[in-house]
Design a protein around this ligand. Structure first.
Ligand code: PBG
Ligand code: ZN
Length: 322
């Protein structure tokens, strides 16, 4: 049967009917809010390219945590901006490092799920995600050893999940072994598996002060056009022991999210990154788009593509609308 007996508009005639047949739903339990702590500031601050995203000092955790939870978000992804940067990113694995302190503070003051981003770029003076040799090449095997150390220090501080974002080969296995050796057998790894060499990270680097001084990240992050390779990255991470996988960025990579959802059974996260957020904010501030509708549509699209969890700077605003 076809038109005129069949009419697809029958199921669109009112809101109740539409809600009943909605195929994709957003759920705030699956939102993860990235948050930034800067040990060099004593007052909260904002960054022009990320309207509404606040960077916190290392204090007032009770307020930060309860604000976020009051808005309906129970998971955060923590980033740190350290006072001291050096060639080997030693503040990333210092016992009293900025992220370690932030994790402790949030865990003490809330029952929020704390995911810890693990990379060296915020902590190195050259801004790369690992340690360099004399030619400026990011040395893989030396770097993943430091990732292992960093993971242990973050888990010691109380992180619930470790999320390595550096795109070094073998990083998941190195981190899994380091965590297990240190007695953190139950700390899961959320692998930034398919992380692309994207221009959409620009505003993040303003916030985190982590742009590489020389060169770029094309030698370790993935080429934007590579779909098969993304599946290989994910496959390797799973073989190395990842508990969850991630595609990043999200909006421009919905096909990769769909491929991953079809191919793998692990919980799948997608990271709606800083540039995706900034573009929506900027257009909305100009009155060119409807902020709330575009925000929700961008998140729904990521979910429909197959993401289970969404890391998004909109987490609180979107949760409030649900
Ligand atoms: C660190 C890291 C970055 C992001 C998350 N973790 C920056 C980068 O790789 O340059 C980007 C997040 C965003 O843009 O929102 N490796
Ligand atoms: Zn990095």
């Amino acid at each position: 049967m076809m038109y005129p007996e069949v009419r697809l508009r029958r199921l669109r005639q009112n809101e109740r009917m539409r809600d009943l047949v909605a195929e994709t739903r957003l759920n705030a339990d699956q939102f993860i809010l990235p948050i930034f702590f800067d040990e060099t500031i004593s007052q909260e601050k904002t960054t022009a390219s990320m309207p509404g995203v606040r960077t916190f000092p290392l204090k007032g955790y009770d307020k930060i945590a309860s604000d976020i939870q009051d808005n309906g978000v129970n998971s955060v992804l923590v980033f740190g901006v350290p006072e001291h940067k050096d060639a080997v990113g030693s503040s990333a694995y210092a016992k009293d490092g900025v992220v370690q302190k932030a994790i402790e503070g949030i865990k003490e003051n809330s029952d929020m799920l704390v995911i810890s981003d693990l990379c060296l770029c915020e902590y190195t003076d050259h801004g790369h995600c690992g340690v360099l040799d004399d030619s400026g090449y990011v040395m893989n095997d030396e770097t993943i050893e430091l990732y292992g150390k960093t993971a242990v220090s973050q888990a010691d501080a109380g992180a619930d999940i470790i999320a390595p974002s550096g795109m070094m080969d073998g990083q998941i296995a190195a981190i899994r072994m380091a965590l297990d050796d240190a007695g953190h057998k139950n700390v899961p790894i959320m692998a930034y598996s398919a992380k692309f060499y994207s221009a959409y990270y620009g505003p993040f680097r303003d916030v985190a002060n982590s742009a590489p001084g020389k060169g770029n990240r094309a030698g370790y992050q993935m080429q934007c056009g590579n779909r098969k390779e993304a599946m290989r990255e994910i496959e390797f991470d799973i073989a190395e022991g990842a508990d969850m996988i991630m595609v990043k960025p999200a909006g421009p990579y919905l096909d990769i999210i769909r491929d991953a959802a079809n191919t793998f059974d692990l919980p799948l996260a997608a990271y709606q990154v800083s540039g995706e957020y900034a573009m929506i904010k900027a257009a909305a501030q100009n009155g060119w788009i409807d902020h709330d509708r575009v925000m929700m549509e961008s998140l729904l699209g990521i979910k429909r593509a197959g993401a289970d969890m969404i890391i998004t700077y909109f987490a609180e605003e979107a949760a409030k609308l649900l």
